[in-house]
Design a protein around this ligand. Structure first.
Ligand SMILES: [Zn+2]
Length: 83
């Protein structure tokens, strides 16, 4: 039987794998508009964190990067693209 690693996704991948609760973007697609830098709503990260898919340390890095948290806050892709 194969074991499935639990930490194969980056925080950004884990967040983006979810439907966005703010703009209802489909899984796998960024929340940002075409032509703009890739970014995702903070809500996706919060949902992924609540599901245990993003670590507390990664969330701390996300909050440190966005600085200001609002309902429609976007998290730039480069912030969370670490492996
Ligand atoms: Zn969104």
């Amino acid at each position: 039987m194969q074991t499935v690693p639990t930490q194969t996704l980056t925080p950004q991948q884990a967040a983006r794998a979810r439907v966005c609760g703010i703009c209802w973007q489909r899984p796998g697609l960024p929340c940002s508009l075409p032509g703009q830098p890739e970014a995702d709503h903070l809500k996706r990260y919060l949902d992924a964190y609540q599901a245990g898919e993003v670590s507390r340390e990664d969330m701390a890095a996300v909050f440190a990067a966005v600085e200001v948290v609002t309902r429609h806050r976007l998290v730039p892709a480069e912030v969370t693209s670490w492996t």
